[in-house]
Write a protein that binds this ligand. Structure first.
Ligand code: FE
Length: 211
């Protein structure tokens, strides 16, 4: 595989490789364990886990109450936490409040339930600007937050990770938990998007225009 690289590896990638081989050589980490962790984050852990949590909260008011009261405990009930040990705090979007998550210091992110963070989340521009001018940053994501809605920015850290519980679109009455989960995007759980209404993706046959 390595002989087929068309581009030189980035400095970061080379440094990571150097550290990894040193740790393995010294017997500090087991390469099989490392492979399991990488495999998990590349293929098993992703926004679909967060989406299951949000969809459950939308259909089960008792679970939602527990989730907002004790995110770590409620998520553990679902057996979806993997090897994460951080505390999870879930913040709810409402018609009056829009929540947005960031890590101003580095790139703390709810990895265990959203997988790998997007590049922009780790960028200095996002981390610095979102605190100073959150509405403007959201506009750049295509999200216009009306003046009467309060924007709350939550700064994650090594011990505490936030997850946004987005608003359930009004057009989703009667949808199954699994179908609801399929609507919920990563950005909606970071707070840089809303959950799209299903009609925009699957127009019902009844709305087709007759000739
Ligand atoms: Fe961080």
């Amino acid at each position: 595989m390595a002989s087929h690289h068309h581009h030189p590896e980035s400095e970061i990638a080379l440094r990571v490789k150097a550290i990894e081989s040193l740790l393995v050589e010294k017997g500090i980490v087991d390469p099989a364990t490392l492979d399991t962790i990488i495999e998990t984050y590349e293929h098993k852990v992703g926004p679909h886990i967060g989406a299951q949590i949000v969809a459950k909260a939308w259909v089960d008011p008792d679970f939602k109450a527990r989730l907002l009261d004790d995110g770590t405990g409620a998520i553990a009930e679902l057996g979806l936490t993997g090897f994460s040990s951080e505390h999870m705090v879930v913040v709810e979007n409402t018609p009056e409040v829009h929540n947005l998550i960031v890590c101003t210091l580095c790139s703390c992110y709810p990895w265990a339930i959203l997988g790998l963070p997007p590049t922009w989340y780790k960028s200095f521009a996002y981390r610095s600007r979102v605190v100073i001018e959150p509405r403007k940053v959201l506009q750049e994501f295509g999200l216009e937050i009306p003046e009467h809605v309060e924007v709350r920015v939550w700064d994650s850290n090594a011990d505490l990770r936030y997850l946004v519980l987005p608003e359930r679109p009004a057009e989703t009455a009667g949808m199954s938990e699994a179908d609801l989960a399929s609507l919920i995007t990563r950005n909606a759980m970071i707070g840089t998007a809303k959950v799209p209404a299903p009609t925009s993706l699957n127009p019902p046959v009844a709305q087709e225009i007759s000739p």
